[in-house]
Design a protein around this ligand. Structure first.
Ligand SMILES: *Cc1c(COP(=O)(O)O)cnc(C)c1O
Length: 417
């Protein structure tokens, strides 16, 4: 019997719906000048104003007047699209300037800009792995999907080390012939846990076992360090990492990804990475916005300070309210629910009754049983916004009987970490 294609796909969807992990996209229009407020349109087409509590524009740079002005000027000067791939008529002055700007950000020889952080991770890791003969890749088990994909595409032998477990990493490094090329791929701020990788120790291990280090600073660039270089900037250890990867799409409020590193490594990626070469380059307005944002945050710390003080305040009051979250010492606050259907139910109540938008984070983004609300206060949330959010969560958690069953599962999950 031959396959009924349509029925097959419809059953695939039914499967994830039954598990409570079908993805519903919330339709939003962010209101410039008034972030984190946005207009939400529900499935019946009704519109209302909501506050976003799960965004990655942590510093409100998407509405920063300097950034907006740069984007406007670029469109007025050069139009919309880049008009080609980087190799064929699509390299503009904006690309060159932005690559110099990120190289300077990390005190590296060179930088390379990609369409997104995803493409940067996928393209760089797959290419490094292909170019290095008989290479072995060591990867943290919680690395982002884009790194996982890049590593898979490299077709290298790979070892997954337990999250942030340097003893496990060393055990695995030891098991491989010292003379083989090795890459250790990990993150500074883990996006779904909100914790920080043991960067210095991993750099020590890399030296000891002759590996190169690849660090994803996507959730840290712009946000940490005196010039926004990320956690390695904050700790003064940028020079200990071979390749630092970041995005313009989160803390910088724009779009695009990048890597920085030694000039020969960067040139090799530029020359061999398919996802870099065979695609139309980013357009002028986006590049100009990214450049303005990176440069702005090299000298302005007030957005960073506001973000971190807002997050400290938020953590303090939800902790006092008895809510349990992973406190990984960063701006990301994962509130564990531990069950996908309740996780969605809570976010529906927040949206429908309290005009607060939080997207539930379910499997496969996080392991089953650790479904969560990933809460992100930003520098543009007000004290009142933060207090109101904490009060609402407290009310839902403590007083709403719907959540009695999840409270037990939340305790189980938190006990197991
Ligand atoms: C979002 C994310 C990326 C991808 O960056 P984009 O610019 O959004 O494609 C890479 N790594 C991590 C850890 C992320 O959270």
């Amino acid at each position: 019997m031959s396959i009924n294609y349509i029925q097959h796909f419809s059953e695939c969807i039914d499967g994830i719906k039954a598990e409570g992990r079908y993805r519903y996209f919330a339709q939003l229009e962010r209101i410039v000048g008034d972030f984190p407020n946005a207009i939400y349109t529900n499935p019946s087409g009704e519109r209302k104003q909501v506050k976003i509590w799960c965004g990655n524009d942590y510093l409100g740079m998407g509405q920063n007047p300097v950034v907006i002005k740069a984007a406007h000027e670029a469109i007025d000067r050069c139009g919309t699209g880049a008009g080609g791939t980087r190799n064929i008529s699509g390299t503009m002055t904006y690309h060159v300037d932005l690559e110099e700007s990120v190289a300077d950000l990390h005190h590296k020889d060179a930088g390379l800009v990609f369409s997104s952080g995803y493409v940067a991770n996928e393209g760089t890791l797959s290419t490094l792995g292909k170019l290095l003969p008989d290479c072995v890749i060591f990867s943290d088990e919680l690395n982002h999907a884009s790194m996982v994909h890049g590593i898979r595409m490299s077709k290298c032998e790979k070892y997954i080390f337990r999250h942030n477990d340097v003893e496990h990493l060393e055990y695995l490094l030891k098991s491989v012939d010292i003379s083989r090329p090795k890459i250790i791929a990990f993150e500074s701020v883990y996006s779904m846990e909100g914790d920080i990788g043991p960067i210095s120790i991993i750099a020590d291990l890399a030296e000891k076992y002759n590996a190169i280090t690849y660090l994803d600073e996507v959730h840290a660039v712009g946000i940490y360090g005196s010039r926004g270089g990320g956690i390695t900037d904050e700790l003064g250890i940028m020079d200990r990492i071979d390749i630092i990867e970041g995005t313009f799409g989160k803390g910088y409020g724009s779009m695009g990804g990048f890597i920085t590193g030694n000039r020969y490594i960067i040139d090799a990626i530029r020359s061999f990475a398919s996802g870099f070469i065979f695609t139309t380059s980013l357009p002028p307005a986006t590049l100009a916005a990214s450049l303005a944002s990176v440069e702005y945050l090299k000298s302005s710390s007030k957005e960073r300070k506001k973000l971190h003080s807002n997050v400290r305040f938020f953590k303090k009051i939800i902790r006092k309210a008895g809510l349990k979250f992973y406190d990984g010492d960063t701006h990301i606050v994962p509130l564990i629910v531990g069950e996908p259907i309740c996780c969605r139910e809570i976010t529906n109540i927040l949206l429908n009754e309290y005009n607060i938008y939080v997207q539930p984070i379910n499997y496969p983004t996080v392991p089953r049983g650790t479904e969560r609300l990933r809460l992100t206060a930003s520098s543009v949330h007000t004290t009142e916004d933060i207090q109101a959010m904490a009060d609402t969560l407290e009310h839902l958690w403590i007083h709403n009987h719907v959540f009695n069953n999840i409270k037990t599962s939340q305790d189980d999950v938190l006990l197991s970490v």
